[in-house]
Structure formats: structure tokens, C-alpha cells
Design a protein around this ligand. Structure first.
Ligand code: HEM
Length: 391
């Protein structure tokens, strides 16, 4: 493939860049809107408008040939994320009956109650580890209960989900371990795709109903359960952890929010804009096309950089500044187009419930230490210890 655009030999999956990608994003974004990555035989889309355009045009930029970097893995992933319309529509319709905002109303008290009791205990202790004790504990409990997953195996969701997200990256020495984690997640989901394993009446059980009615193929039910176990936890964990870190680093913004809770929705959009839980997925080009003046041939792989797009100064003024009044509802952290995150409302309600519970009790958050996690597709913390000053 002969590239017809500026090139870079940056390795986007280098450990240091995965952990702290923002300087590299500035460099790539300023170099060009579309770049040929010579190390990866793929194009990178670096600016807001280009990323939006790719996500909105599933016919030219298909997900059906996978959204990762390795052809062997792309042919294995399967499921809603890698299915385009028309097959995508039936899968999406099943998840929509559970996840669109209106359908979540009956679960509001559950989401709030879980956040309240977890946060009350942690705040009482004065110091805690946010990622494990708050974000993971909450997201895994909430999604698992809503889907009706059995208790056994829940403690492995995060570790296996992390491995599964890693399989979207290029080949590496660790890929064998990642594939193993994905396999374990698949085996688990296969084993629980059964009436006697899932809570009666919960979302997982409803997915089996949809299979029996013929709304989706029976074979698709496992993939829909997998969508919850894979896409529905780690992402929100990153969102909650990012919020805590940002408010610890910007105590003035926490105080502003505490005085005016009507800013909460804007604040959550700003957290997700400046620190997107998902940083990169790919698409495959179905026909020769042009993006931002760059010719891209059919068959090419295109890497969509959510994290770079959300900090594009052409779209957001002073993009590295965390400002809860900004209300950037246009951010791309939930994607765009047919694959836009179906769990976005649930994720926003989860983050809202946790932050409200904290705002009720916490005057100030202080960060003691933190560590980033290395992941090929996600960006988030592995560890974040804080102390909190009670109101
Ligand atoms: C802050 C939290 C979350 C973020 C940032 C996030 C991000 C994303 C993104 C960027 C996509 C689009 C992928 C693409 O275009 O290829 C996506 C799709 C998806 N998300 Fe989320 N997600 C979050 C939470 C959730 C939750 C809570 C669930 C379910 C409980 C969920 C389930 C899904 C599913 C099933 C898809 C595939 C949709 C489709 O292909 O039609 N996500 N998510």
C-alpha cells in the first residue's frame, strides 16, 4: 500500500505512550489530520472533525472487519461492536430495550442506593483506593446485578475485560496472555448463557427471551451477554476514577460543583471529554475514499484516536484545561453513528450517582498516589489512593 499523506514512525502502542499519550497526540494532530503510521501499516485520524466523519460513515469505514489492529483477532472478536447494519439493527434493538434512558428509570433507586452505601462506608474510613474499592466495586456490582450474572466469576470480570480490550492492539509478546484472558471471558459467558445461571427476569434472561422469540439468532445471545461483561464495566470504571483524580487535582472545581449541582451533567461530559475511557478503535476502509484531503485506499486500516480528537484545539478552546462549566456534549468519548455507545445513559447515571453520593459527604479530595494502567485500547488508572475531608 503506497501512502499518499504525511507519515510518522511513532509507535502508538509503545508502553510510555499508552500510559501518557497526550504529548504524542499534540504532535500527531499538528502534523496532519490523517497520517500514515509506517510501523503499523495503518492510517491514524488525529483531529475532531475527521474522527467524527469516520465514526458516522459505517459504509466506508466498516466495523464488520474488526475494530482492532490484528487481522487474526479481528476475525475472532464478533458481536455487536463488529457487526454493521442491517445485521447490527436486531442486536442493537435488544440492548436498546434495556439501556435507552427511559428504560433505566425503574433502576434509578438501585443505582443511587448502591452508590450511597458504598460511598458512605469509604468516606467514613477517610482514606481509600478509588479504582478497586469504589469504581470497580460499584460498576461490576451494578452491571452484574442488572444483567443477572451469577456471583461466581464476577471477581474476574475486570482482569478478563482488560485482557480482552488488549486484544485490539497490534501483535506483541504479551498478546498470548491477552488472548487467554479473552478466551476465559468467552468461556464464562458461554457457560452462563443459560436460564439456570441468570437471574430470572433480569437483562440476561430477557436476552434469552429475545433469542426464543426469534428477535435475534439464538447464537447471538451469548455475544450480547459478552457485550455487557466486556464493554460495560471497565469503561465506566475509568470514567469514575478519572472524575475522582480530576476533582482531587482541581479542588476549586469540586467546590463549584458542590455549590451548584445543576453543573453535574456538564461536569461529567467534561471529565469524559478530557479523559476518554476508550482511546482507540479501528475501522477498515471498504472503497477508495478521501478524508481531510488525504486519499485512503480500499482495504486500509484506520485508527480512530478518540483521545486526540477530544483535545483538538480546533474544536475546544484551551482543550487541556478542565472546566466543568464547558458542557462539551459534543465530545466523542461515546463514539458517534450506528455504534455510538448503547450504554451511554447507564454510564452517565452511574457516574452521576457516585458523584452525588460523594458531593453529599466530601468537602475535599486529596490524591495520595496514583498509577496508570497500560492497555491497548483503554486509558485509565490502575490505582488511585485518596483521603477525603468530610463535610
Ligand atoms: C463511560 C463509560 C463508557 C464509555 C466511555 C464507552 C465508550 C464506548 C465507545 C467509544 C463505543 C463505540 C465503539 C465504536 O464506535 O467502535 C461504545 C460502544 C458500546 N458500548 Fe460503551 N462505553 C461506556 C459504557 C458502557 C456501558 C455501561 C455499557 C453497557 C452496560 C456499554 C456497552 C457498549 C456496547 C454494547 C457498545 C457497542 C455498541 C454498538 O456497536 O452498537 N458501554 N462504548
Amino acid at each position: 500500500m503506497q501512502p499518499d499523506c504525511p507519515q510518522t514512525d511513532v509507535d502508538l502502542w509503545d508502553d510510555a505512550i499508552l500510559i501518557d499519550p497526550y504529548e504524542t497526540y499534540v504532535e500527531l494532530r499538528e502534523l496532519a489530520p490523517v497520517l500514515w503510521m509506517s510501523r503499523h501499516d495503518a492510517y491514524a485520524v488525529t483531529r475532531y472533525e475527521g474522527v467524527k466523519e469516520v465514526l458516522q460513515d459505517w459504509r466506508t469505514f466498516t466495523s464488520a472487519q474488526g475494530v482492532g489492529m490484528m487481522p487474526e483477532m479481528n476475525s475472532k472478536h464478533g458481536g455487536i461492536l463488529t457487526t454493521d447494519p442491517p445485521d447490527h439493527d436486531a442486536l442493537r434493538a435488544v440492548l436498546n430495550t434495556q439501556l435507552v434512558a427511559g428504560q433505566l428509570a425503574p433502576h434509578h433507586d438501585f443505582l443511587v442506593g448502591e452508590a450511597e452505601s458504598l460511598v458512605a462506608d469509604l468516606v467514613e474510613r477517610g482514606s481509600f483506593e478509588v479504582v478497586g474499592e469504589l469504581a470497580r466495586a460499584y460498576s461490576v456490582k451494578v452491571v452484574s446485578d442488572l444483567v443477572g450474572f451469577p456471583e461466581e466469576g464476577r471477581d474476574r470480570f475486570i482482569e478478563r475485560g482488560d485482557a480482552a480490550f488488549n486484544t485490539f492492539g497490534p501483535d506483541s509478546e504479551q498478546m498470548g496472555e491477552h488472548v487467554d484472558g479473552l478466551r476465559q471471558l468467552l468461556t464464562y459467558c458461554e457457560a452462563v448463557t443459560s436460564r439456570d445461571k441468570l437471574t430470572s427476569g433480569a437483562w440476561g434472561d430477557q436476552i434469552l427471551d429475545a433469542g426464543e422469540r426469534g428477535d435475534v439468532r439464538r447464537g447471538d445471545c451469548m455475544g450480547l451477554l459478552l457485550a455487557y461483561a466486556w464493554a460495560g464495566m471497565d469503561t465506566t470504571v475509568n470514567g469514575i476514577s478519572a472524575a475522582m483524580r480530576l476533582f482531587a487535582e482541581h479542588p476549586d472545581q469540586w467546590t463549584t460543583l458542590a455549590h451548584d449541582r445543576s453543573l453535574l451533567s456538564s461536569a461529567i461530559s467534561e471529565v469524559l471529554r478530557i479523559e476518554p475511557p476508550v482511546h482507540r478503535f479501528t475501522r477498515s476502509v471498504t472503497a477508495d475514499t478521501e478524508l481531510d484531503g488525504v486519499k485512503i485506499p480500499a482495504g486500509a486500516r484506520v485508527v480512530v484516536l478518540f483521545g486526540a480528537a477530544n483535545r483538538d484545539p480546533r474544536r475546544y478552546e484551551d482543550p487541556d484545561r478542565f472546566d466543568i462549566r464547558r458542557n462539551p456534549t459534543t465530545h466523542l468519548s461515546f463514539g458517534r453513528g450506528v455504534h455510538r455507545c448503547v450504554g451511554a445513559s447507564l454510564a452517565q447515571q452511574e457516574i452521576t450517582a457516585v458523584l452525588n453520593a460523594l458531593l453529599d459527604r466530601v468537602e475535599r479530595i486529596e490524591m495520595l498516589d496514583h498509577r496508570w494502567r497500560r492497555n491497548n485500547a483503554l486509558h485509565g488508572l490502575e490505582h488511585l489512593r485518596v483521603t477525603v475531608e468530610q463535610r
